[in-house]
Design a binder for this molecule. Sequence first.
Ligand code: G1P
Length: 292
Amino acid sequence: MVRKAVLPVAGLGTRFLPATKIIAKEMLPVVDKPAIQYIVEEVARAGVEDVLLVTGMGKSSMEDHFDRRLDLEAALAAKGKDEELALVRGLSELVTMHAVRQHEPLGLGHAILQAAGHVAEDESFVCCLGDDFLHPESDFVERMVEAHERTGRPVIALMEVPDDQVHLYGAAAVEPTDRDGEFRVTHMVEKPDPGTQPSNLIMVGRYVLPGSVFGYIRDTPPGRGGEIQITDALQAMAAEEPIIGLKLDVDRYDTGDKLGYLQATVQLAAMRDDLGPDFLAWLRGWLAEHDG
Ligand code: G1P
């Protein structure tokens, strides 16, 4: 059973300065929830009960967000605001939240290694990166966990992107299996130079990994950008334990940069029953006026 998730969220969020000078980028709201909450809800839907945030200096607001806030709860209760009270209370009941610090930005592999004190070598865990989240009702992480439990193999999420975007990601070469959308990963490269990419399949920030990955990370020298890369550790692991790739078949919202963040905000607002109709009517009117 996979019951733990590790969320590396120590990044400085420089792409969103000055907003992220004080506020963690993962706390920026997409409509009315911070981005990190979508991710925690995503892993909770997959059966995760225990989440470890790998944070850094100035990012403790994420822990507070998932804690009780008794003064606010009392104020909401006194005013009979039951719906809001349930929303606030529910946050502390989603999962058991823990945090550990990554003291220095030495790479994603190094961030994940900070979980070694929390996840046993014979335990498996979900790892989700903080820059994107999947459709709020998607069961994709649950299906990754199911593939891991069925095969006993590490599982990574893959997505096809145009040629000129592959160099921004980890990319994978794969072979088909007899299951639709499920592949055997034969080779992985972190941010391949343009023209050298193994395929157009990139590694999205979703992994289901056995605790044995920590040993591989410890043996991984700094790679791309002088950082310890999880992709390099997985490449070493793939030589001994075949890795499974699952192709993403649900919407993904990339909140790691401004354009993706705006797109996510618009799409999620449009999908909401309470906001969508009014928001879209306004947007259509605004576009008609400004497009001439
Ligand atoms: C990280 C990983 C990369 C992956 C990407 C997904 O890169 O190292 O393999 O494809 O996340 O978003 P980063 O975006 O942190 O540079």
